[in-house]
Structures are given as structure tokens and as C-alpha cells.
Design a protein around this ligand. Structure first.
Ligand SMILES: C[S@@+](CC[C@H](N)C(=O)[O-])C[C@H]1O[C@@H](n2cnc3c(N)ncnc32)[C@H](O)[C@@H]1O
Length: 309
């Protein structure tokens, strides 16, 4: 027997999710076309003015703005027929250096849609899809999204939370950043602790190439090296700190990674499996983040696991 109230409540929920899927494309377009940036800090602006500022066609900009208003991403002033991005909205949508800048995160679900056929095959066969076989938006999106969190908290909050590690880094130790991706965490630590040496390892060669480019751009190549290697057998010993940022759960054999870390960690060294990123967000947000992560784990983690075993 169908309970009409439950049906309507669940349908409303599912339609809201569908609407968010459309909204993600709009956020990505707004970010890539510079529309949010063109609105940030300028107060109420007409569709025509915004189109001129961003170098876009007014007709498209007007529709985009109306979709943004419907989604609560932009305010609308009916009397003046103008649109406004509040400082809070700008922090999330326009400021690339803000720790809560979100548009890059949409690259990750975009990559999952692109790789859907590979996921269907993986479900049917039980085989995997390696990290590097996914659409490039997956690792670019992940790296760009986490970079801002690292910029905001890694040196100022997360490292000081580990007993005595800041003093050791100041004095000079060797650090392994395992599963380093595009290398942002290693680079930030190298900038903050010039006496220490940093070695980033990742199984994905294209990410290592990107990490090397990022290190060269940041001017830290003398203190940061990046190499393609697995978490279970990267070279070196006596690391004073071994970091796993958002990656232990992505590994085919996390136990082997932990075992290797135990072997190559200095006797007084520190393992760091990453911060408790949910500490400051409320329950509704935790649920939303958990949901996104479960999907990512399922479509990415398990696939990698199987591919690398
Ligand atoms: C979600 S990304 C995180 C990257 C980076 N730490 C960051 O926070 O931006 C997970 C990374 O783990 C890497 N990875 C997965 N399995 C690995 C393994 N067995 N050994 C080394 N790296 C691995 C992937 O290639 C990918 O770059």
C-alpha cells in the first residue's frame, strides 16, 4: 500500500537532488566564465552589466542568473531588477583562495558521470578502474578542492595538533607525503619549514608530473621531490613524519601501506593519517559529506582497490 505523504516527501527529496545536479553545471559554468568573480563585491548588478563585465552574451547570463536565484546562490532585487552576490556567497563561489571555495568540487561528480560506463562494467565484473583511468576531472577536482583546506589549516592547525612535530619540522626532518596527488600538501609544508626535506609519493604518474610542475612554480624544488611509487614500497627510511592526506582509504591495501610506514618511520617519527575534517561542521553537513564520500569511495576507492591488487 502506497503512503501518499511518504511518497510525496521522498519524491520532493529526489527532485531536490535532481535539481542539485543541474545546479552543479550552473556553478561550474559560473565559475569558469568568471560570472561569480564579476559579481563579487560590486553590489546589485543588472544582467546586462554582468554580461559586459564577464564578456558573455546577455541572454545566457540572464537565464543563468535566474537559475542562480532559484537555487539561492544569488539574491534578486525585484524593484531594481538587479542581482547580488552576498559576501558569504562570494566566499563559497568566487574567492579561489577561500577555504570554503566549492566550484572545483563539482569536477568530481562530473568525472563520475563521464566514467559511468566503466563503473557499470566494474559492478558487473568485479574488476576495477585505476585512478589514472578515470576522467581527468577526478584528480584535478580532488586536488583543487583540498588545496584550499590545506592552505587554510595544514600548517596553522593540523600539524600543531601533532605532539612536538612543529619543533621537529623547524629543526629539520625528512617527511614522506604518501598518496600526495598534485603535491599541494608537500609544497605548503616545504614553504613553512625550510629546514626540512619533503618527499611526495603517488602511484599515479600524471599526478606526479603535475606535482613537479606545482613545486617548480612555487620555487621549492630544492626541498621537495616527487616520485611515482606505491604506498607499500616507496624508497627511503627514517622519516620523521609520514603523512597520508585523504588517501589511505583509497588504497588497494591500506594495511600494507601502514606496515611499510611502520618500517620506514624513524624510531621517534610520527604517522599522520590526516585531519578530522568534520570537526567544525554541523550534523546536516556531516551527513551530506558522508553521502558524497560513500559514493566516491564506492565508485573510486573500490575500483582502485581492485585494480591495484
Ligand atoms: C583522493 S586523492 C588525494 C591526493 C592528495 N593527498 C590530496 O589530498 O589532494 C588519493 C591519492 O591516493 C593515490 N593512491 C591510491 N592508491 C595508492 C597507492 N597504493 N600508493 C600510492 N598512492 C596511491 C591516488 O593516486 C591519489 O592521488
Amino acid at each position: 500500500m502506497i503512503n501518499q505523504a511518504k511518497l510525496e516527501s521522498f519524491l520532493g527529496r529526489a527532485i531536490a537532488d535532481l535539481s542539485a545536479g543541474y545546479g552543479g553545471v550552473m556553478v561550474s559554468l559560473g565559475s569558469k566564465l568568471g560570472l561569480y568573480k564579476a559579481m563579487a563585491g560590486v553590489g546589485p548588478i543588472s544582467a546586462r552589466e554582468l554580461a559586459v563585465r564577464a564578456g558573455c552574451a546577455e541572454r545566457y547570463v540572464r537565464e543563468w542568473l535566474n537559475a542562480q536565484v532559484a537555487g539561492g546562490y544569488v539574491e534578486y532585487h525585484a524593484l531594481s531588477e538587479t542581482y547580488e552576490l552576498s559576501p558569504e556567497q562570494a566566499m563559497v563561489l568566487a574567492d579561489e583562495d577561500s577555504p570554503v571555495f566549492l566550484p572545483h568540487a563539482w569536477e568530481v561528480p562530473a568525472s563520475m558521470w563521464f566514467d559511468e560506463d566503466k563503473a557499470i562494467e566494474a559492478f558487473r565484473t568485479g574488476k576495477g578502474v585505476a585512478w589514472g583511468d578515470h576522467d581527468g576531472r577526478l584528480y584535478c577536482g580532488v586536488a583543487a578542492f583540498y588545496r584550499n583546506a590545506y592552505r587554510g589549516s595544514l600548517v596553522s592547525e593540523w600539524l600543531p595538533a601533532l605532539d612536538g612535530i612543529v619543533d621537529k619540522l623547524d629543526a629539520g626532518i625528512t617527511v614522506a607525503d604518501v598518496g600526495c596527488g598534485h603535491g599541494h600538501s608537500s609544497i605548503l609544508m616545504a614553504q613553512a619549514f625550510p629546514r626540512s626535506q619533503f618527499h611526495g609519493f603517488d602511484v599515479h604518474p600524471a599526478s606526479i608530473d603535475e606535482a613537479r610542475r606545482n613545486a617548480a612554480e612555487a620555487g621549492v624544488v630544492e626541498r621537495v621531490a616527487f616520485d611515482a611509487a606505491r604506498a607499500s614500497d616507496y624508497p627511503g627510511r627514517n622519516y620523521g613524519l609520514i603523512c597520508f592526506f585523504d588517501c589511505l582509504h583509497d588504497m588497494g591495501d591500506p594495511l600494507a601501506a601502514a606496515r611499510h610506514a611502520a618500517e620506514v618511520l624513524a624510531p621517534d617519527g610520527t604517522p599522520n593519517t590526516g585531519p578530522a575534517i568534520c570537526r567544525r561542521i554541523d550534523n546536516a553537513m556531516v551527513k551530506a559529506v558522508a553521502r558524497a564520500f560513500r559514493w566516491r569511495e564506492m565508485l573510486v576507492g573500490i575500483e582502485i582497490r581492485r585494480a591495484q591488487l
